[in-house]
Design a protein around this ligand. Sequence first.
Ligand SMILES: [Zn+2]
Length: 230
Amino acid sequence: MIKTYVSKMKVSNSTRAVAVLIFLVMQLFYFSSTKAQNANNMIIEFKNINNEKIKTAFMEVVERYETLHNFKIILKQKNIKSSTMQAQPIFNMESFTKGVKSYKVKLAVYVRDSDTLRVDSMPKDVLTGWFAHELGHIVDYAPYSTWQMLKYGIKYVTSKKFKKEAEHAADVIAVQHGFTSEIIAAKRFILENELMDQKYKDKITKYYMSIDDVLMCTEDKAVAQPATGL
Ligand SMILES: [Zn+2]
């Protein structure tokens, strides 16, 4: 009886040891998978956005821009007159010691210079292309330090040449991430739209990549290098 009991104890102890081992290994896998998940966890905050199409288009672009996965990105819809979208770094005291950790994309309710054309009425591919361009700006300046970003901002408003380079770089980044058709859809939507203000179309033609350039850059990877040098 005692013998049997002892051998049962032995079995039960070794079973317990194996169970503990399995549990520990599982924990190890659990933690490593949680960590991996966290590394790709995008922190996106929607403010004043109720439209599902806008949310989905935005998420699709951020998902494909891996550079942005380590940052917090806020998309906020509000009345802005000067543009349809604006991507900006969020500066605070920490930015100057640890670098910029979050960005804000402001989204107008109406397309620039229009009182009738609502952003949420735009087709999904147009919205996606527009976000791909706008978030392309963030990918472009994400490697910069806070001081370099301030310099970037100043050059953008003071140098037409730099502004053109920055706008081209955002398109190139979008193309490199597979958003060629969406970028073209967004450009067509602006340039071929009768409701769109002519001044806006002229600005797009002057500073942004033409549809032909986008196609050329898609075919020829060698020219597809974003080049916003500070
Ligand atoms: Zn732009």
